[in-house]
Design a protein around this ligand. Structure first.
Ligand code: KG4
Ligand code: ZN
Length: 354
């Protein structure tokens, strides 16, 4: 006999305001997740003006958008019905921008108090990991499976680059991290050097599609070193130097060469971890998991090195920040007994994954 639960989930850790209702079913140690509703407000247009996220501006926009999304949600599921259905309210407690996190957490506390429901604090990175278990809406064909363990996780977001080993659900051992910039940051900073708009990752990747990735050999720091660490700040310096020195620049070739340098570093270290730990599955998590080259190169490399390894990728809609991924992790946490109270829940901008 399985257990099931439904959570209302709220995400405001950075520059996307997300609200979702997610149901989870647990049979033994396996989970099946369904996204009932999923609403998102992207702040990209706001942050484009400043070329990046200004934390104070992001928090103020969450304060405007979160109530709007909750009103929109109430039009899909009347609040009285939602209150009946929901077992708990999940919210991102960290890591992220402190003022942005506070908006989501304080609103969540208020709902939890009014509805007399428990809170489930969720680590944003855990949300990215569990995004891969979310199915598409009804009608779309998609083979859904639960994770297999040990599972190697490559977290690649705007703030984090980590290789993590999961022996089972909700269990994390950090194998390696970045010594400086995160992979998403490397995309964003080099894209800025090329004059591309915020957020740089998708813009650079689009420009790269028609460029020659072998035109310029940018450094792949640490790729040869026998560890599972990353470093991306040297790439930014190399690109700045190249752009300063060259008289004629083919921006498409530069973009394609940058993208390949980042993807090579990520794939190289992931394969090194696969060889060392022989996981049953590999999953990519975080905004950079939307990158097409990363997906295809990692899939290719896995087929060559460890063809039996299962490869999990999130649906594109759930790669960058959203409420559904917080609902996914939140409902699994809830089914495993995680609960918190409004009076004691605190945000932690540096919340570790554990
Ligand atoms: O996970 P996310 O939405 O926010 C954080 O938790 O940081 O990740 C955002 C990052 C940004 O750096 C963005 O440029 C990058 O993900 N990104 C991409 C792509 N889509 C988003 N990077 C490369 N290629 C993409 N297609
Ligand atoms: Zn994120």
């Amino acid at each position: 006999m399985g257990k099931s639960a439904t959570v209302l989930a709220i995400e405001t850790s950075c520059d996307e305001t997300g609200v979702a209702v997610v149901t989870g079913k647990k049979s033994g140690n396996r989970y099946e997740l369904t996204v009932r509703e999923h609403l998102l407000h992207s702040q990209i247009a706001t942050h484009k003006k400043t070329g990046g996220v200004v934390p104070e501006v992001a928090a103020r926009e969450h304060a405007v958008q979160l109530p709007r999304l909750l009103v929109a949600l109430s039009k899909k599921i009347p609040l009285a019905a939602l209150m009946q259905e929901v077992d708990a309210i999940a919210v991102t407690a960290g890591p992220g921008l402190v003022t942005s996190l506070l908006v989501g957490v304080e609103v969540t506390k208020t709902i939890a108090l009014a509805w007399e429901k428990p809170l489930v604090p969720v680590n944003h990175l855990e949300g990215h990991v569990y995004a891969s278990l979310l199915k598409p809406n009804k009608g779309e064909r998609h083979k859904q499976r639960d994770f297999v363990f040990p599972l190697l996780v490559l977290i690649v977001s705007g703030g984090h680059t980590e290789l993590v080993l999961m022996k089972q659900h909700l269990n994390y051992r950090i194998l390696g991290t970045t010594r400086d910039d995160a992979a998403g940051e490397a995309f964003d900073k080099t894209a800025k050097l090329l004059g591309l708009p915020y957020p740089g990752g998708p813009a650079l990747s689009t420009l790269a599609r028609t460029g020659d990735p072998t035109a310029i050999t940018f450094p792949r720091p640490m790729l040869k070193s026998d560890n599972l660490e990353f470093s991306f700040s040297g790439l930014k310096t190399a690109v700045a130097t190249y752009l300063k020195k060259q008289k004629r620049i083919n921006r498409r070739d530069v973009a394609a060469s940058i993208e390949l340098a980042i993807v090579d570093a990520l794939v190289g270290k992931t394969i090194r971890a696969v060889e060392r730990y022989r996981p049953a599955g590999v999953v990519i998590a975080g905004g950079v998991a939307a990158n097409r080259l990363l997906r295809s190169e990692l899939e290719k490399a896995l087929k060559q090195t460890a063809p039996k390894t299962k490869f999990f990728t999130p649906l594109l809609a759930y790669t960058t920040d959203n409420g559904a991924m917080i609902g996914a992790a939140g409902v699994i946490r809830y089914l495993n007994g995680t609960k918190s109270q409004p009076a004691t829940l605190r945000v932690n901008p540096h919340l570790p994954l554990k």
